[in-house]
Design a protein around this ligand. Sequence first.
Ligand code: BES
Ligand code: ZN
Length: 600
Amino acid sequence: MAAAVRDTAPLRDAATASSAGSWSLRHLHLELCVSFSAGAGAGRLRGRARLELRCERDDAGLELRLDTHPALCVSRASLLPPPGGPGDTAGQALPLESRPFSSYGSALHITLPQHPRAGQLLTLLIDYEAGEGPGVCWLAPEQTAGKQKPFMYTQGQAVLNRSFFPCFDTPSVKFTYSATVKVPEGFTAVMSATSWEKQKDNTFVFKMSQPIPSYLVALVVGDIVSADVGPRSRVWAEPCLIEAAKKEYNGVIEEFLLVGEKLFGPYVWGRYDILFMPPSFPFGGMENPCLTFVTPCLLAGDRSLVDVIIHEISHSWFGNLVTNATWGEFWLNEGFTMYAQRRISTEVYGVNPDDTYNETPYEKGYCFVSYLAHLVGDQSKFDAFLQAYVNRFKFQSITADDTLAFFLEYFPELKEKGVDSIPGFEFDRWLNTPGWPPYLPDLSPGQQLMEPADELAELWAADGLNMEAIEAVDITGWRTYQLVYFLDQVLQKSPLPEGNVERLSKRYPKISKAQNAELRLRWCQIVLKNNLEAEYSKVKDFLHSQGKQKYTLPLYRAMWGGSETARALAMETFSATAPQLHVNVQNYVKKILGLEVAQA
Ligand code: BES
Ligand code: ZN
């Protein structure tokens, strides 16, 4: 299948060193051989990448540039003869040079033998070896749940896959891919691909038959097994986690997919599988197509963190099918996904409990999409627009201008009214002025649910505790998101008057001894903000148990901004856990603690 070419105006992605604008990538084939080191440290990934390219411009020039990384050692680049024709099958070796580009990557310059012309097809072979780059993570047995065997995974978003394979590492370029991966005896490989097949010699064969951007190519090699949880879904996990994984999501995934399809159009990816990662995986979830990667923290035992799955499923339409063309417009991926996630939860669960994440591209993006829906005024019309939007831009990478132009084209009556330039609500102001947006979506159903939590937090923040009023509130039936909200309010009011947090801790073991990661995070934040040294060990235990970025960084910030004891705890915990953390997370923590960050 031919890969999609952007059919709107050309654009410049500042984060790529490649000559992506002059070439399209019709197909990528990877031949990989993975081996683990005997002790700790990086294993070896030997690779050969075959890039099937098409020249898009007559002035493309003799030099072809790919994104790569100092950790990626390229030994040879060669040009294959056109298929069917005569010629050397090893290909013609081409001059190559790696040049510095930025802190997150370098540029591989390859010199072609002749000036290419628009329309010309070229096949390049690149032999390389990937060491310990930020995109390829090697875990020692102790860093896995089972603690028996090593593990490796790749994480591409945003610009890390250039240390996994040489490529056009920009979301503006889409291509199909295939791969063969040879792994050691006793290991299994899985990828973000449409099909998975095990052949002899521990070799796994993959094919992704829809065009995707480089950041969505993903690989895991580990001691993993799978269990079915739906007609097109299975969970993958280490053997010791597979029962829990199956129990968490058995029978619930299909409904989310069906509701997503009803709202946004066909699910084009075939399977939707979920892979539970080792505890150091730095994200809640990563929407690798066909195979979402998730933190094992989601194994709460009660499905209370399923919103992460709904979020990643929503990326099947927004992000993976319609993709931001540059990372500067990341909100197009995340804002539309937050909207889609909440549409799906509203359809499945009725009320839409307020979410636990509120970073700008997510929540401001969500607000903007909600604003567009508000302009339309009719939910079913807006749902129809979303479906048309996906259909119009599927398999493409687009800019916010493309989105808004299509919106106005789809609703000519709104265009006529000039909704893009209502004073104070100009589209341009939404997108280009920092700060909270001028429009807030209607959150009143959520507010009603949260009222008791608000009142209880008030009571606990009072100077003399009114125990009678406190005891009158029964939290045993509260859902996780209500507890989360309650703790957020307590944290906001902290430090509480002397002694209150100890009493709160004793009164609600359900909270202070929680196993749910979202509750643990907030309890640890409260412990730190209130200097409750008696419970510092909980902070330490939590940071030892997982390495998710959104949990790790706030806790280090709180420790570093706290007492001497808290700072010492930060240093002690970091020196013990640093090797388990993803390098990016390690570097962020080092910055917080004022430690030197090694240059990539
Ligand atoms: N695609 C993101 C994760 C990501 C963002 C990875 C930026 C690398 C760079 C994923 O879809 C996501 O948003 N995950 C959230 C969960 C979600 C429920 C908000 C997370 O990891 O917390
Ligand atoms: Zn997301």
